[in-house]
Ligand binder design. Structure first.
Ligand code: ADQ
Length: 488
């Protein structure tokens, strides 16, 4: 039934997750940039995507539902079950209360519980066992993100020879931060068992190489450009920089069809924010800076609105509950102090916008403001640019995003900690000559159009496995479910 070579993609969460609500299974789209990007790369490819589907037990009925959902997107979804304890200690614990905060420079949010490390190893082992049951030596395994630093080590322990590539969607910290992690050496040694390791930026790669240099014995770093080669324990590991992107054409063509009549803020200057609820996104700093802008530049009163959509987070961490409370407080305080009966300075949508609405907002907003304290890339920046089909808008972009490395010459870069500086930057952007904005937007659009999601996927797969995404067959035929269920 299977071709000789399959592309098997591994991520902690599948693009959909299932919840039982009122006795019925409900399918939800998983939030976040990893899912957005991979869905676009794998579209209509017979790739097998494995990950957790948000539930402790997976019944045949759920498998069927997940399989059907995957088929709609054009790929095969295989759910891996996690116990509640594993979700707590591996997912919310090690991954999201140690690695996520540390790699985003929030070291004081880290909880270094040994139980978390134990669960992290166990779940990596579980995924390796699962891969053993579904893969052959011919298959190519493409692993995503910080949940799976140890996966190739466990594949090796199970006696499996597999070709593996790893991509880190978040930043890699410098040694000063990374060295604080109690299991730092094990993490680096685990990573060095991949055949290819990919990062968003040159800074991430440099940080990784500096950490290796400082902590791993008997490692030989051979060359640096464009792909670094490391020899460790007699094995070659490639390390590259592959800035992730978006499906430019899809955003552009949907934006062209989007209608101004459907845009709810037609008569205002609109500053748009689209983020997940996360302390890394600099949301409180953004609201403070917007408030400061209105205080300093009253001529923009009643003319300007900040439209901020915030998608809920799937991670269950106390910091997110606290952030939501603080954010809602500061938004209502700003609206209360500065708003008038006929003007609300901030429109806040605490939800995931439907795709068409998102594109409509991207196309007709005057400014998109990304204020991350730290961000691996930030796809919202690129989605906004692709949707600016009239080259009109402007991008305010935090210096601390991966996207800033690519767009620094044409976006308005800001330091999110500098409230006064951000307020002035917004003023400058709104006061700028429209020809200059048009020139900058054109330049950014040209860049993203060229370096799109296909470029990203193909470059990684070619570097790792000598294949492009198009080399994998399209998902056309109906694979009987019982064939798939055998391997669950
Ligand atoms: P994220 O931290 O999730 O991704 P980002 O890259 O901005 O950040 O992607 C978010 C995605 O979710 C975008 O596709 C956006 O359109 C969507 N989204 C967010 N809020 C939304 C809302 N309120 N309504 C509708 N859609 C919303 C992680 C890393 C990033 C990296 C990506 C990809 O943290 O740095 O860019 O992975 O590698």
């Amino acid at each position: 039934m299977r071709d000789n070579t399959n592309l098997i993609v591994v991520s902690a969460i599948l693009p959909i997750h299932i919840k039982k609500e009122n006795g019925k299974y409900q399918v939800h789209i998983s939030p976040g940039g990893l899912v957005t990007a991979l869905k676009q790369v794998l579209h209509k490819r017979k790739a097998i995507w494995i990950g957790w589907a948000g539930s402790e037990k997976i019944t045949p009925k759920m498998k069927n539902l997940i399989y059907e959902e995957g088929k709609k997107e054009g790929f095969l979804l295989y759910p891996v079950s996690l116990t509640n304890k594993e979700v707590e200690d591996f997912f919310n614990g090690f991954s999201n209360s140690i690695i996520w905060p540390m790699f985003h420079t929030f070291q004081y949010y880290c909880r270094f519980e040994p139980e978390y490390w134990k669960a992290y190893r166990e779940v990596n082992k579980k995924f390796a066992r699962y891969l053993k049951s579904i893969s052959t030596e011919e298959d190519l395994i493409w692993v995503h993100d910080y949940h799976f630093f140890l996966l190739p080590e466990y594949l090796e322990k199970l006696g499996l020879k597999r070709k593996t590539a790893f991509f880190l969607h978040i930043p890699f910290p410098n040694p000063e931060l990374f060295f604080k992690i109690p299991w730092r050496v094990e993490i680096l040694r685990g990573l060095l068992k991949y055949d290819l390791i990919g990062f968003h930026t040159f800074v991430d790669r440099k940080n990784f190489l500096d950490c290796i240099d400082g902590l791993v014995k008997d490692v030989n770093i051979l060359s640096t450009d464009p792909i670094t080669e490391i020899v460790y324990n007699g094995k070659k590991v490639k390390v590259g920089v592959f800035p992730i992107s978006i499906d430019f054409q899809t955003y552009q063509s949907l934006a062209k069809k989007s209608k101004k009549e459907e845009f709810p803020f037609k008569d205002k200057i609109v500053i748009l924010g689209v983020d997940r609820l996360d302390y890394t996104k600099g949301l409180i700093h953004k609201v403070k800076a917007y408030k400061r802008f209105l205080e300093k530049y009253p001529r923009f009163h009643k003319k300007t609105v900040l439209v901020q959509a915030i998608a809920p987070n799937i991670k269950k961490i106390p910091e997110y509950d606290q952030l939501k409370i603080e954010l809602e407080h500061i938004i209502s305080e700003t609206n209360g102090i500065l708003g008038t009966p006929d003007w609300t300075p901030i429109y806040y949508f605490p939800r995931r916008l439907p795709f068409e609405k998102l594109i409509n907002y991207y196309r007709f907003s005057d400014v998109c403001w990304i204020n991350s304290i730290k961000d691996g890339m930030n796809l919202v920046a690129k989605e906004y640019i692709a949707s600016q089909v009239e080259d009109k808008g402007a991008l305010i972009l935090s210096e601390f995003t991966g996207a800033a490395a690519e767009l620094r010459d044409f976006a308005c870069l800001v330091n999110p900690y500098d409230i006064e500086g951000c307020a002035d930057a917004l003023y400058r952007v709104l006061s700028k000559d429209s020809e200059e904005k048009r020139y900058k937007m054109k330049k950014m659009r040209k860049h993203i159009k060229h370096y799109d999601i296909s470029w990203w996927g193909n470059t990684i797969l070619e570097t790792a496995f000598g294949k492009k995404i198009q080399d994998f067959p399209e998902l056309k035929e109906d694979i009987p479910l019982h064939e798939l269920l055998k391997s669950f």
